[in-house]
Design a protein around this ligand. Structure first.
Ligand SMILES: *Cc1c(COP(=O)(O)O)cnc(C)c1O
Length: 364
């Protein structure tokens, strides 16, 4: 009996030479360089079809493809790390596969089986293994996405989709060392409203955030902080990252993060740090936090550090917050000890220099 293989692999006819690749890997930024291959899996007739692994390159799309008009499009982001023994491991890829499916359901798109997502990622990473950078702080960033491809202008869920996965070597996010950012607390724009798409990694959320980010920059800030859409009091996220607030309570450090209300993106880094905190002897708490509370607690000396977290930058300290009418300095604008300890601990697990007690790493 023969079964159709899930993927057909057609190696690129024009991969970069070792010297060319080494040159690309020498100076890394984020999201500008792509590896030699990509994976595509079409969905039609109610089923995922045979996938293809082939040379990275442009997609052919009908101009009437519905993703281009109505934004039925989702994505994910996770990383592969070179390990001390030379092997490659990805960080919590099943969690990304599961979140991909939650995003898909919100956008009326089909689920992609988790094992198919995993197989696609492992295939691509193995084929382009030479592209996984070796230095601490560097990684191979994996970008899965799904778009609606029906050539039809009616507004309804598409019948055909394309899953695409490609990879991009990523450099250390802070090549000059970790440095706190300044944030603008936005009162003019919101990212997500109850019942909306804030929990999904869908393309439109990011398009809608760009003017708020531009406004933050006009105000001399690096990033925008989002408040809840209804009362405009509760702190939700920073740009495309989750936020944490470090409190000193009864001689203990407590890391506090806004609870998931349906308008926050449930970050995998966020979830991991809540678990990791316990290993480092910190307590953790998910609760609502207002801007006024933030100001009062910094003034009272209870709130000592603020940081943001996400796959791309891991952990970014927040040194200053600005809004209409006030400005707030946190930890004198310096990196805080709890922030840096969590950052080191997470990077050590990802790079395989400490035991992976939580079984987060997946051997490719
Ligand atoms: C992706 C994302 C995050 C971070 O999620 P991770 O799984 O930690 O990378 C946080 N907020 C938003 C809005 C995001 O899109």
């Amino acid at each position: 009996m023969t079964t159709t293989p899930r993927f057909v692999v057609t190696p690129s006819t024009h991969p970069l030479s070792d010297a060319e690749r080494a040159e690309q890997l020498r100076v890394l930024s984020f999201g500008r360089t792509f590896t030699d291959h990509m994976v595509v899996i079409p969905y039609r007739d109610g089923a995922w079809q045979q996938g293809e692994v082939k040379a990275y390159g442009p997609l052919m799309l009908d101009p009437s493809a519905s993703a281009l008009h109505y934004g039925q499009a989702i994505f994910e982001g996770f990383k592969a790390f070179s390990q001390p023994d030379g092997s490659i491991k990805t960080f919590r890829p099943e969690a990304n596969a599961e979140r991909f499916n939650r995003s898909a359901r919100r956008l009326a798109m089909p689920d992609l089986p988790v094992d198919l997502f995993m197989e696609a990622a492992d295939l691509l990473i193995n084929l382009d293994a030479a592209w996984v950078p070796k230095n601490v702080g560097e990684s191979l960033y994996l970008r899965p996405l799904m778009i609606a491809t029906d050539a039809f202008l009616g507004v309804r869920p598409s019948n055909e989709y394309l899953f695409v996965l490609f990879a991009s070597p990523a450099g250390a996010y802070f090549p000059q060392g970790v440095k706190p950012v300044t944030v603008w607390i936005s009162e003019d724009y919101v990212r997500a409203a109850p019942g909306g798409t804030g929990e999904a990694k869908c393309a439109g959320n990011y398009a809608a955030s760009l003017v708020a980010q531009a406004q933050a920059q006009e105000k001399g800030c690096d990033q925008v902080v989002w408040l809840d859409a209804v009362e405009r009091r509760y702190i939700e996220e920073m740009g495309g990252m989750n936020l944490f607030f470090v409190y000193q309570e009864e001689g203990k450090s407590v890391i506090v993060t806004p609870e998931l209300t349906g308008t926050l993106l449930p970050g995998i880094t966020r979830r991991s740090l809540l678990e990791l905190a316990r290993d480092l002897g910190y307590e953790s708490s998910e609760r609502k936090l207002t801007v006024q509370q933030w100001r009062d607690d910094v003034a009272a000396g209870r709130l000592t550090e603020v940081f943001a977290c996400g796959t791309a930058a891991v952990i970014t300290p927040v040194g200053k917050a600005k809004a209409n009418g006030f400005e707030l300095s946190i930890n004198n604008g310096q990196n805080g000890p709890v922030t840096m300890a969590l950052r080191e601990a997470l990077l050590a697990i990802q790079h395989g220099t400490v035991e992976d007690r939580h079984h987060w790493m997946h051997q490719v």
